[in-house]
Design a binder for this molecule. Structure first.
Ligand SMILES: [Zn+2]
Length: 120
């Protein structure tokens, strides 16, 4: 699912994408200075490996995502230090975004409930 940034206006453009047991749901909206804001919630289950015992387990995810998307190269002239993602070909690929968020979660340190109990 790809969204053309030029088509995103001042009224929120809602999107929803499921993959396995996880869902990305939110909206895109034109903000200012050629930036589109993405405001979404990532929720569901990610199957990942426990950092301690190495066993696969189901991790519950409930995260808010908010960042800006620039149609092309973004130069932060005002040094506003905001999170900006540069979109390729003026498009935002929701599938790719969901995929990379899942990978990001998996790359974090997580341990299963059994190991968590053992650590206390
Ligand atoms: Zn474990």
């Amino acid at each position: 699912m790809k969204i053309t940034l030029r088509k995103v206006g001042r009224s929120p453009l809602h999107f929803e994408k499921d993959r396995d047991q996880i869902k990305l749901k939110g909206f895109l909206q034109y903000d200012k200075e050629k930036l589109v804001v993405l405001d979404a919630k990532l929720s569901g289950i990610v199957v990942t490996d426990c950092a301690v015992c190495g066993e696969e387990f189901e991790l519950e995810v409930d995260e808010d995502l908010k960042f800006y998307i620039s149609d092309g190269v973004f130069i932060d002239e005002k040094n506003s230090m905001i999170d900006v993602v540069e979109a390729k070909n003026g498009e935002l690929d929701i599938d790719e975004l969901l995929e990379s968020e899942i990978e990001l979660i998996k790359s974090d340190y997580h341990c299963c409930e059994f190991c968590e109990m053992g650590e206390d």
